[in-house]
Each structure stands twice: as C-alpha cells, then as structure tokens.
Design a protein around this ligand. Structure first.
Ligand SMILES: *[C@@H]1O[C@H](CO)[C@@H](O)[C@H](O)[C@H]1NC(C)=O
Ligand SMILES: *[C@@H]1O[C@H](CO)[C@@H](O)[C@H](O)[C@H]1NC(C)=O
Ligand SMILES: *[C@@H]1O[C@H](CO)[C@@H](O)[C@H](O)[C@H]1NC(C)=O
Ligand SMILES: *[C@@H]1O[C@H](CO)[C@@H](O)[C@H](O)[C@H]1NC(C)=O
Ligand SMILES: *[C@@H]1O[C@H](CO)[C@@H](O)[C@H](O)[C@H]1NC(C)=O
Ligand SMILES: *[C@@H]1O[C@H](CO)[C@@H](O)[C@H](O)[C@H]1NC(C)=O
Ligand SMILES: *[C@@H]1O[C@H](CO)[C@@H](O)[C@H](O)[C@H]1NC(C)=O
Length: 473
C-alpha cells in the first residue's frame, strides 16, 4: 500500500523511481541450504607460489577466515594436475617446469589452518599421474597414508579438474574418468581416512554433455557430490557493463537449471554443487571482478543456486596470487565481495522461498529464512530478503511480511567516487575496513520501517525479525 502511495507522490515530483511488488510464495518453501552453502577455493597453483602472502599463521588471515566460518576450502583447479606430493623434499623445488611439489609442511600447514579457523578441507588430486591409460594412485596413497597417520580429516577429495576442457593430447574420456573415479573411491576407502565425500567431475560447464556422460558411465556410483564450474565470461574481454547486465545474469539461471536436471536424472540422491565459480575465468577482469561491481554476479549466483537446489557453491577464490576475483586482495585486504559473503553467512539461512517480482527486470530479489545459528541470534520466524538494483534508477518497494514491523537493513553501496569500480564497499553509508588484525568491524543494520528506496546499483539484505513466517519457526 505504502508503495503505491509513494509511487503516486513521487511520480508527481520526479519520474525516476520505479515502484515494484515483491511476492514471497507461501509454504512449502522450496529448498534447504546448509551452513556451508558458501565455500571458497584456493587454486592449487598457490602451492607452487609458496602460498604468496597467504601466511597461515598471520593473525589477519586467521581473523578474515574465521569471519566466513563454517566453510569449505577447496584446493584445486587446473594446476592440480601438476601437483606431486613429496614426503622427503623440504623445499618447493619444482619437479619440472610444469609439475611442482607439495611438501609435508604444505599439507601440515593447510590442515592446521582449516582446523584453526573452523573450515573443512577439500583436496583435488592429480589425474595426470597415469599408468597404462589408467589413473595411478601411488602418489595419492602416500598422501592419504600420511593424512591418516597425522589424524587430519579433510571433508572431501576430488580427482582432476575440468576434464571437458583438457587439451587433446592429455584428454580423458568420460568413460575412462568414470573408471578412474571408481578406483579413486576404492583407494580412498581402503586408506582408512575419516569419512569423506568423493566429489567430481568438476566439469568446466554443462553444455558439452561431459558431466552427463561421466555420470552415466558409472561416475554416479563413485561420487557423493556432482560438480560443475561456472563463469559468466572471459576476464580479458569482460566489460564493466556486463556485471549489471540482466541477460548475462540470466544465462546462469539456464545453466544451473540444466545442471540440476542432469545431476538429478543421472545421479539421483547425490548432492549437486558448483565446484568452482566466479565472475570471469582466466584470472578475472582487471579492476572489475575484484571491485564493487563483482557483487551483483556473486549475490545473484548465490540466490539462483539456492532456489534451484544446489547444496554448495565454492567461490574462486578466497586468495590468489595473480588473479582478480578473490575475496581478499594480494595483501590480504578484503575486497567488497568478502563483506558481501560475511553478511550472507550471518544473515541468510534455510529454507529458501520462491520469490516473484515481475515489474522491474532490473531488480533481482531472493528470500530465505534468516540464519538463526549466527552470533547475531535472530529469533524464530525471521526472514531475510536479499535484493539488488542493477538499474540506473532508484526503486521503491514494500518488503513482504514487514508491514508495520521493524526491518533490519544492511544496504551496500560503492565505497568511494570510483562507483562500480570502487575497491571498497559501504554498509549503510559507512566504508567497511578491518579495524585491526584481530577482529572484523561491527556490521550494524539500520532499523527502519515501511517502503524501501533502493538506489541505483545498491544491493543488500533486509531481515524482518518479527515476520513470524511459519516455515522459519
Ligand atoms: C528442510 O528442512 C526441514 C527441517 O529439517 C525439513 O522439515 C524440510 O522437509 C526440509 N525441506 C526440504 C525441501 O528439503
Ligand atoms: C551452527 O554453528 C556451529 C558453529 O559454526 C556449527 O558447528 C553448527 O554445525 C551449526 N549448526 C547448524 C544447524 O547449522
Ligand atoms: C607469518 O606471520 C607470522 C605471525 O604474524 C610472522 O611471525 C611470520 O614472520 C610471517 N611469515 C612470513 C613468511 O611472512
Ligand atoms: C621427492 O624428491 C626427491 C628428491 O628431490 C626425489 O628423489 C623423489 O623422487 C621425489 N619423490 C616423488 C614422489 O616425486
Ligand atoms: C609431470 O609429471 C607427469 C607424471 O609423472 C609426467 O608424465 C610428466 O612427464 C611430467 N612433466 C614434465 C614436464 O616433466
Ligand atoms: C586498475 O586500477 C589501478 C588503480 O586502482 C590503475 O593504476 C590501473 O591502471 C588500472 N588498470 C587498468 C587495466 O585499468
Ligand atoms: C518454485 O519455483 C519453481 C520454478 O518456477 C517451481 O518449479 C516450483 O514448483 C516452485 N515451488 C513452489 C513450492 O512453489
């Protein structure tokens, strides 16, 4: 109601406000997500770079990592196929130009780090170690034996990366990879490592049909989690305007629907994850994919993934050396997407609702029950709506279930005059920065009621603690 009134008044004085209605469908809610729905990746190549500035004992790194706990950390990517575990070598000395060593210290540091910050490790093994056309488990067995001896508990293991994108000379057919995964799974089981997930095939995309053929050829019996990767476009050719282009955002919707269909049909009962994902591949887009603008693709992807039934989304990357899409920059300073992720972790819970809004295609909106398991302590019945305005005009809308009830608004906008290419983000008008190496800043909401005016290129989360939504009680 309030919105219509406002539309009328504003129409008289100014014409650049669009007024929309959001509908959150009533029960049943569509999907559940877990507290580890959002996870992160670090590319295997980071081992080769001696982890760059990712100093596992740095208080700053530990603080930032704990800020998004619980989480998966996947160490994987194309360079996984060149990693060789070496028990005796103590330096990073390259085994050759392409192959490189993971030392005992690398593995120890990594496992201690995840335990320290409350994360769960996923490790991607080298599928290029082969003998007579089959995957050769010898090196993996050494690592697993050491893992058992040390009592480490990685949550999951993968074998290879983007098999649908391997150059012809090294190509592995979906049928052969399914065989390799069967032996991978039996090697994992026989090793005596604690309960684990077998995760794969980590295809680059769904369009080449490799995923389906792998699952059909027996892969479905070996994996607990079926994975695909997703990037909207190539970093070197991506333009800033693409990041707020609804047609580009919608392309993901089509792909995720197709992936979930394949996964459910060919691997019934198995989980479906985005095993590695970001805005742009090939390391990202300079001065865009690590800036404020990246948040639209990220938040929209999380919304579409949850509503379409994915159980986990692994963001490439948490940290990286020569890449432009990480949550942290190369000096471990948080990029805008880090803060967006922290808020998602704290505010967004389960189950997930279907939301409709048909008036303004530049407004994208999602709704879940509020996360009641975060330190904020939201009460039963709370809902969290997340919304972004990719249009150039302010949008006016009433938030469902909030009539005369308090809304806790967490509205994000560019951190400085660089606008969409700002390296910073404001929360309710205040730039977010780490106050010191030991704590995150307070992330305080604005307490409001009534119609929301969401400015152009702003996004945010709105919690309605008193929504009394039945599915959230
Ligand atoms: C979501 O979880 C709740 C509580 O565990 C359960 O009752 C409900 O059936 C689940 N919904 C779906 C769609 O899985
Ligand atoms: C609640 O949070 C704790 C600490 O992060 C975690 O161990 C636990 O699994 C969470 N519970 C649920 C139901 O998500
Ligand atoms: C890593 O961080 C610790 C703690 O701050 C510090 O003592 C150590 O020198 C750092 N190591 C490197 C290689 O920067
Ligand atoms: C480990 O490194 C040593 C010394 O460089 C080498 O002799 C050995 O073959 C390596 N082992 C593996 C599994 O690559
Ligand atoms: C890398 O390791 C693989 C597997 O051991 C081997 O076949 C390949 O020749 C190595 N590459 C180089 C360039 O040494
Ligand atoms: C990226 O931004 C930095 C300043 O933030 C600037 O120095 C650099 O030239 C920019 N690079 C490109 C390719 O736009
Ligand atoms: C939610 O929306 C999807 C896609 O439009 C539809 O298939 C599904 O049936 C809806 N679920 C409910 C519970 O309304």
């Amino acid at each position: 109601m309030a919105c219509h009134l406002w539309a009328f008044i504003l129409f008289v004085y100014t014409c650049n406000v669009s007024c929309i209605t959001i509908n959150i469908e009533s029960a049943p809610a569509v999907r559940n997500i877990s507290s580890k729905f959002v996870g992160v990746c670090v590319d295997s190549v980071t081992i080769r770079y001696r982890w760059g500035n990712m100093n596992f004992t740095s208080p700053k790194l530990l603080t930032l990592a704990k800020g998004i706990s619980p989480s998966y950390l996947r160490i994987g990517g194309t360079p996984c196929n060149y990693v060789i575990f070496n028990k005796t070598q103590h330096t990073s000395q390259l085994a050759s130009d392409t192959n490189f060593t993971m030392t005992v210290a690398d593995w120890d540091n990594l496992n201690h780090f995840v335990m320290n910050v409350g994360w769960d490790l996923i490790f991607d093994f080298n599928v290029f170690l082969r003998k007579n056309g089959q995957w050769d488990p010898t090196n993996a067995m050494e690592l697993l034996k050491y893992t058992v001896k040390q009592g480490y508990k990685p949550a999951g293991y993968e074998l290879g990366n983007e098999p649908d994108d391997i150059p012809e000379e090294d190509a592995i057919s979906p049928q052969q990879l399914a065989k390799d995964f069967a032996s991978f799974k039996s090697v994992l089981t026989a090793s005596g490592v604690p309960p684990f997930l077998t995760i794969g095939p980590d295809t680059a995309g769904i369009t080449k049909s490799y995923t389906g053929r792998f699952l059909q050829a027996g892969g479905a019996n070996s994996v607990d989690v079926c994975t695909v990767h997703h990037y909207y476009e190539k970093g070197s050719t991506a333009a800033l305007k693409d990041f707020t282009d609804r047609n580009i955002l919608d392309k993901f919707k089509t792909e995720v629907e197709s992936f979930v269909r394949t996964c459910n049909e060919k691997a019934p009962g198995k989980q479906c994850w985005l095993g590695e994902t970001s805005s742009c591949y090939s390391g990202g887009a300079v001065n865009i994919s690590d800036r404020y603008a990246a948040g639209f693709m990220w938040l929209d992807k999380l919304g579409l993934s949850a509503v379409n039934g994915l159980q986990t989304v692994l963001r490439q990357s948490f940290y990286g050396v020569y890449v432009r899409y990480s949550l942290l920059d190369v000096n471990l300073n948080p990029n805008p997407d880090y803060w967006l992720t922290v808020l998602y972790k704290r505010l967004v819970g389960s189950p997930v609702f279907n939301v409709t809004q048909t008036e303004d295609p530049n407004v994208r909106v999602y709704a879940h029950c509020t996360n009641r398991n975060s330190s904020i302590g939201y009460k039963p019945g709370s809902i969290t709506v997340y919304i972004m305005n990719i249009g150039s005009e302010t949008v006016s809308t009433d938030i469902p279930f909030s009539s005369s009830k308090t809304q806790e608004r967490y509205i994000l906008s560019p951190g400085d005059d660089n606008g969409l290419t700002s390296q910073f983000v404001k929360l309710n008008g205040v730039v977010l920065t780490l106050p010191n190496d030991y704590e995150l800043p307070p992330l305080r909401p604005l307490y409001s009621q009534g119609t929301l005016q969401l400015e152009a290129y702003n996004m945010g989360y709105i919690v309605i603690p008193d929504a009394m939504k039945a599915e959230c009680l």
